[in-house]
Each structure stands twice: as structure tokens, then as C-alpha cells.
Design a protein around this ligand. Structure first.
Ligand code: SF4
Length: 398
């Protein structure tokens, strides 16, 4: 029926640089994204695929392009709050396609199509769309109508990404005021176990999933839609350590889902029993022992971080579902949480941030700390960082 095979056995496939026919999004493409929107029953044409810009078969082998994937769905029982849940399934279902790789989420997506799958005939977004629509409707019968638009036209992608960012922001804002102490259940997600078999995300109102696409409310909605699916309720249980945020219920589920590999999660720490990371994190927190502080580098940062290694090397250290003290994959919005690394000292332990992140979280960094946090312009290595922190009087140097 399709040119290539489709199924969960292809999740976890990697496609190396020399193996791809086409690359879409990724760190070198400034605008890329994906969005699921619930529409009225009459607003969309069921099983229609729209392509705006060049199709796969129209591009040069080995080239990279912008991409926006717009999935429009309709159904009597669908609720607006469910959109992010369906959106995360784009990642899962793309990875079901033989020789098609999808990484990250929202405006950070990165996809590759293997040369072998292109040769087998997967040479159009139309077929990718048909596969995705089949998976969405067969696995999530609550969806009655679906239409998918693939956009590769750079100007249109930029326009759509800028609009989508407003939607992502509005979703994140819904959580304001909700705190861990006020609720009984957290949510868990094991969707990335295909890449990191011992990884589980624990999602609380104050700890967004590290991919940045599953909030506590999204976990709740996902569990409601598909109780047998990859997202589930986690009874938080007893707070065993109020400084390290160790919960009995979290430990139990972490041990169960990691088959005993990990048994304790300190929910808001990088340094002691940190939360595991798969590979979908938006950013990585890394410990810098020379200054007893943390740097953070995001997926789209090009070049070396202040400790002389790029994001990709740090990702190798942090990922794989293994607890790595000193490394933690996070969603950038987690920096906005009042519990952000609270067990390790929180924001005042941050010493280095790329300009792009620093600017995006400017409103939550205390005014008297902002200029004391170095960026790539201020410090390119640890020696320069130490000099900068001393000169500016960063609190860690006091
Ligand atoms: S990063 Fe976590 S929350 Fe996001 S899809 Fe993977 S397991 Fe789920």
C-alpha cells in the first residue's frame, strides 16, 4: 500500500548525515515547526494533503529545507486542550515510517529521509501525509476528520512559525499559578523509550517535559484521550525529601518503567539523582565545577559552549535515559518555574547562557543578576568566564 514499511519497529532508527536524501528543519534552518489545530467539521477536507513549496522529489539530494507541518483535525468530542497531545504524536508517527526520522517538537523540529526510502518510492509529502493520517485516525478514533499541510516555502514557513509561537506561549500560560503541592497526581510519559529505553518524563505543573511539548495539563488531557497510551497519571505519593523534591510515588514509577535501572528522582536537581533525559530536550544544563555554577545551551546554538564542546557533544552525555549527575535535559520554559533547579540554588547558579536564551527569559532573571550572567559574547572558555564573573560580581564569586 505504501512505498515503505510502517510500524513502531522503526522508532529509534538514526539517519546519519551522509545517509539522508533530504533534511528538513534542524539547527541550521532558522524557521521550522509543527502545529495541530482543531477545526470545525466543515472547515477541513478529510484525508487531504496540501503541499506549499517544493515537494521531496523536487529538491536536490543531500539538501536541507525549512518545513512547517500543519495538522488540522476535527471531531465532535475534541477539545482545544487536546491539541498538544495530538501534536506530540507527529513525532511518534513520523518515526514509525521506515527511513524517516523526526526529532524534537514545536519550532525546533528536525527531520531526515533516508536515501534508501527515497529510492523505494517515498518521494512526496503526499505519501508521508497519507501515512500520518492513517496512523492518527486508526490509533485515535476520536479524530473524525484530518487534513495535513506540508510547507517548505521559506517565507510561508517563517510566517506560520511566528504565528505558532503565539499558540505555544498561550498553552504554556495556562499553567500559571498551579503548583506541585496543590495536586495529587503528576503525569508520566514514556513515548521516547524507543530512543532511550530507561527514560521516563515526570511532568508536574512546575516541571514541563524536557521536550517542551507536554505540560502537566497536556499529560492530563492525553491520559483522558488514551488511558493505555504513553502518557499516564503518576500518584506523587509522599514527599520524602522536601529539599530534594523526592516523592515516593515518582520513585516507584521511575523504578517500574526503567526496569529498576533508576530508582530515585530528585525532581529539581542536576547534581543529585537528576531526572533522566532522552534526546528530545530543548536545552541542556551542564555543571561547571571551576565556578560551581551551571551553563545552559540550547539545540539551535551553533558552535561551542563555554566549556569547549557543542550542544551535540553535551547531548551525547545527557541523553539515553541514564542519570548523569551534572547534566540535565530541560525545556526552556522550565527556567520560568519557581522550582527551577531549586535544590541546587536555582537561577542564581546560572553563569553562562547563549544570548538567544538569555533574551527569551529576560523577564524572569532578577535585574541585579542579568548582566552578571555571561553569554557567548562575554566568555568563550572557562578562564574567560571566571574573569567575567569576577569583574561583574556574580553572586557565586562572593
Ligand atoms: S521528551 Fe518526555 S514528554 Fe516529551 S515525548 Fe519524550 S518522553 Fe514524552
Amino acid at each position: 500500500m505504501f512505498s515503505v514499511d510502517v510500524g513502531p519497529q522503526y522508532e529509534g532508527e538514526r539517519i546519519r548525515k551522509e545517509e539522508y536524501y533530504i533534511e528538513l528543519g534542524g539547527p541550521h534552518i532558522p524557521f521550522k515547526g509543527e502545529l495541530v489545530t482543531i477545526r470545525g467539521m466543515e472547515e477541513i477536507e478529510h484525508e487531504k494533503v496540501i503541499i506549499i513549496g517544493k515537494d521531496i522529489k523536487d529538491v536536490e539530494e543531500g539538501s536541507s529545507h525549512p518545513l512547517f507541518i500543519q495538522v488540522d483535525i476535527a471531531g465532535e468530542a475534541l477539545e482545544k486542550d487536546m491539541e498538544p497531545v495530538f501534536e506530540r504524536r507527529i513525532h511518534m508517527y513520523c518515526n514509525y515510517i521506515e527511513g524517516f526520522w523526526h526529532m524534537a517538537q514545536r519550532d525546533e523540529i528536525w527531520l531526515r529521509l533516508h536515501k534508501d526510502s527515497f529510492k523505494k518510492g517515498l518521494n512526496s509529502f503526499n505519501e508521508v501525509g497519507q501515512i500520518l493520517m492513517l496512523l492518527f485516525t486508526s490509533e485515535l478514533p476520536i479524530i473524525e476528520k484530518i487534513q495535513i499541510t506540508f510547507v517548505t516555502d521559506a517565507a510561508k514557513v517563517e510566517e506560520m512559525v511566528l504565528e505558532a509561537i503565539k499558540v505555544y506561549q498561550a498553552r504554556d500560560d495556562r499553567l500559571k499559578g498551579l503548583i506541585e503541592e496543590d495536586i495529587e497526581d503528576f503525569y508520566g510519559c514514556t513515548l521516547c523509550q524507543s530512543f532511550a529505553p530507561t527514560h521516563i518524563c515526570i511532568i508536574t505543573p512546575e516541571r514541563m517535559s524536557l521536550c517542551g511539548s507536554v505540560s502537566w495539563l497536556d499529560g492530563k488531557a492525553a491520559y483522558k484521550i488514551d488511558p493505555e497510551g504513553p502518557q499516564f497519571a503518576v500518584m506523587k505519593g509522599e514527599l520524602l525529601d522536601p529539599e530534594k523534591y523526592i516523592y515516593s510515588g515518582v520513585n516507584e514509577i521511575v523504578a517500574l518503567k526503567s526496569l529498576g535501572k533508576n530508582t530515585v528522582f530528585c525532581l529539581h536537581s542536576v547534581l543529585e539523582n537528576p531526572h533522566t533525559s532522552c534526546g528530545c530536550f530543548q536545552a541542556i544544563v551542564f555543571y561547571i565545577p571551576e565556578v560551581d555554577g551551571f551553563g545552559i545551551v540550547h539545540r539551535d546554538f551553533v558552535g561551542e559552549s563555554v566549556i569547549g564542546v557543542p550542544f551535540s557533544s553535551l547531548a551525547g552525555e545527557a541523553s539515553g535515559g541514564v542519570q548523569q549527575e551534572g547534566y540535565l535535559g530541560i525545556a526552556i520554559s522550565y527556567m520560568r518555574s519557581p522550582k527551577f533547579l531549586i535544590s541546587d540554588g536555582g537561577l542564581k547558579k546560572i553563569v553562562w547562557l547563549p544570548k538567544a536564551i538569555k533574551e527569551s527569559v529576560k523577564d524572569i532573571i532578577p535585574e541585579d543578576l542579568y548582566d552578571k550572567i555571561a553569554t557567548e559574547d562575554d566568555a568563550k572558555n572557562v578562564d574567560e568566564l571566571m574573569g567575567y564573573l569576577k569583574t561583574t560580581g556574580h553572586p557565586l564569586m562572593a
